[in-house]
Each structure stands twice: as structure tokens, then as C-alpha cells.
Write a protein that binds this ligand. Structure first.
Ligand SMILES: Nc1ncnc2c1ncn2[C@@H]1O[C@H](COP(=O)(O)OP(=O)(O)OP(=O)(O)O)[C@@H](O)[C@H]1O
Length: 329
């Protein structure tokens, strides 16, 4: 349903020379540089998949999503969504997709949220009963009741995001693109939003392509991840298998009574790395199960330091992604 082959996007940027001389020169001669933001990307996504599209800042995530939604035309390669080429049939494509793009709103700023939804109902020609039933359900799951009569400009970030999500799913699109839907939100709102996305996927088999820097979003929502770096796909597969491959590292967090600096016990040299904690006396030791086991790490530390507390953490997806960036797949 989403097919991407050799997809590439280059931006042409005017190079500016510094200073007044540069500015004057720029009036007559223009120097251009080309930035390849998306570089020969291939993937296909089936109906009902929940895909996390992740990568560092500037990796090319938004550029890809803009090409999928028809906002941008690729420089090379092919993109097909539900059998159509998005940038050639923008309107038709828009009928079948929903989107939440970070800080931008698709709601009307000065009118009550409920009125915005009525306008969307007309735009997407949603039948009355379907609109009412959907809105009732969204109101309950996203707790929109108290917000429906309020203009968007008066909503907090979390309230606005809940309303935006409802707007994106209102016409029951087959695909929804979500760009950072939980950024800056508190844990309770994040939980509600994640539950809503999963519920919509379960009910309607909605395909979701989610861009996020919040790894908890990925853990809770996605069954597949595509990692991109400098415009290229680094990894495309299940979260479980990447955890298996890269998740051999475990971390033990210690709370110590320290009198000076912590230094790694001799027995652990070359086998464990120290992760400095945010508070004094708190450190983490990361190690691979193949090099040393958890019991040996703990006894080596106990032999040299007074330990107040310790916890063993499972490998986190952040650590895994960081390692992929460092080492490659
Ligand atoms: N309109 C533009 N003109 C020129 N360069 C651009 C434009 N939009 C994006 N870029 C560049 O293309 C690259 C990819 O940007 P993109 O916004 O797709 O990244 P991203 O992965 O979405 O990043 P972030 O996580 O910060 O949102 C970056 O180097 C960016 O500076």
C-alpha cells in the first residue's frame, strides 16, 4: 500500500558569502549547493502496519513523509500510496490519508474545536451518522468533552494534540502520518495518545507511520522500525530482532557512598563501561553478557565500594539506536 523505490530528494540551497561584499556579489553571481536529504530509499508498508520511522535530527524523516503525502515532489525514484502517485494526485491522496505534523495545526484557530470538526466533515464528505459515531468514540477515548466548545488558540499543547489526532483520524483514512505526536506532553497525555493510536489500528487496520524521538512511543506502538541516517535506510525490521542483535548490553545502576571519584574495578577493566549518573554517587555500568555476567559485575563493585542500592536495567532502544549509528548494522 505504500511503495517506495529509489526515492531521493535533493534541495538546492543558495550559498551565501559572508559580509557586505558577499551580499553584493550574491546579487550578480549565485552559488548553489545541493543537499541530498533522502538518498535512494526503498521500503514497502502493508495495510495495518504500525511503523516507527526514526533517525537523528536532519536524517530525512520529514522530507520522506512530505513526499509520501504529496507535499514534495521527489528528485528521483518512485512513490506510490494506495496505488496512486501522491504528488500527481494530491487531492485524491489527501482524501485517504490523515496527518499530524508537529506544531502545525489543521484545525481552525479561532473557532471552537467542534466547528472545525464539522468543517472537516464537509471537506471529507463524511456521512452524518459516521461522523457522530466517530466523534463520540474519539471524545471518550481522548477525553475531548471539555475541549469541544473551546477555540484552538485557547488550548494547551496536550489538549491541542489530542484534538489534532482526532482530526487526523476523523474521516477514517487508511494511512496516518504522525510526526512527533507526543513531543512535549506529560506522561498521562502520552499514554492516552498511544492507546488511541493502537485502538484505531485495531479497529480499522489503519496504517500508521510514526516519526518520533521518544523511544517509549516506538516500544509501545510499533511492530516495525525503519531507521534512517543521512537520508539512507540503516535498518528495516522488527523491534524485537534489533533488540536481540544489539540488545546484548545490559546496564546495572548503582547508588554508592563515594568519597572520591569512581574508578572501574580492575576485574572489570575492558569488560564494562562507566556511564556517569546525574547525581553524585550514582553511576551505571554497561556490559555485554558475553564478556562478564551481572553477578560478577556486582561483586566486583561490592568488593571496593559501599553500595546503597542497585538496579539492573534491560537494554533500552535509545542505546541500541546509538550503537547502530556508531557501529552500523
Ligand atoms: N526546504 C529545505 N531546504 C533546504 N534544505 C532542507 C529543507 N528541508 C530540509 N532540509 C535539509 O534536509 C535534511 C533533512 O531534513 P528533514 O527535515 O527531512 O530531517 P528530519 O529527519 O525530519 O529531522 P528532524 O528530526 O530534525 O525533524 C536536513 O539536512 C535539512 O537541513
Amino acid at each position: 500500500m505504500i511503495e517506495v523505490r529509489g526515492l531521493t530528494k535533493e534541495y538546492t540551497i543558495v550559498k551565501k558569502s559572508p559580509g557586505l561584499r558577499g551580499a553584493i556579489k550574491g546579487l550578480f553571481v549565485r552559488d548553489y549547493t545541493v543537499k541530498r536529504a533522502v538518498d535512494d530509499i526503498n521500503f514497502s508498508i502493508n495495510q495495518g502496519e504500525l511503523v516507527g520511522y526514526i533517525g537523528a535530527n536532519g536524517a530525512g524523516k520529514s522530507t520522506t513523509i512530505k513526499m509520501l503525502s504529496g507535499i514534495l515532489t521527489p528528485s528521483a525514484g518512485e512513490v506510490k500510496v494506495n496505488g496512486i502517485i501522491p504528488y500527481e494526485q494530491r487531492k485524491k491522496n489527501a482524501q485517504r490519508i490523515g496527518a499530524v505534523f508537529g506544531q502545525r495545526t489543521q484545525l481552525f484557530w479561532d473557532i471552537a474545536v467542534r466547528e472545525s470538526y464539522s468543517l472537516l466533515k464537509h471537506i471529507y464528505q463524511i456521512p452524518d451518522k459516521q461522523h457522530k459515531d466517530t466523534l463520540d468514540m474519539f471524545t471518550e477515548v481522548l477525553n475531548l468533552g471539555p475541549l469541544l466548545g473551546t477555540p484552538v488558540r485557547q488550548l494547551s499543547l496536550g489538549q491541542k494534540m489530542r484534538c489534532e489526532l482526532a482530526a487526523a483520524f476523523l474521516h477514517n483514512p487508511s494511512i496516518v502520518y504522525l510526526d512527533e505526536p507526543t513531543i512535549g506532553l506529560d506522561v498521562a497525555v502520552k499514554t492516552r495518545i498511544r492507546a488511541f493510536i493502537k485502538e484505531m489500528n485495531k479497529l480499522h487496520q489503519t496504517t500508521v507511520l510514526l516519526t518520533t524521538h521518544d523511544m517509549q512511543d516506538i516500544e509501545e506502538i510499533c511492530n516495525r522500525i525503519i531507521i534512517i541516517d543521512e537520508g539512507k535506510v540503516l535498518y528495516d525490521g522488527s523491534l524485537a530482532s534489533i533488540k536481540e542483535r544489539f540488545g546484548q548490553k545490559r546496564v546495572i545502576h548503582f547508588e554508592l557512598e563515594l568519597e572520591g571519584e569512581f574508578s572501574l574495578p580492575d576485574a572489570l577493566q575492558g569488560k564494562a563501561d562507566v556511564i556517569a549518573g546525574e547525581e553524585e554517587g550514582k553511576i551505571g555500568l554497561s556490559f555485554s553478557s558475553g564478556d562478564v555476567n551481572a553477578a560478577d559485575v556486582i561483586s566486583a563493585v561490592l568488593a571496593e565500594y559501599r553500595v546503597r542500592d542497585l538496579t539492573i536495567a534491560d537494554p533500552k532502544i535509545e542505546t541500541i539506536v546509538h550503537e547502530i549509528y556508531e557501529r552500523g548494522v
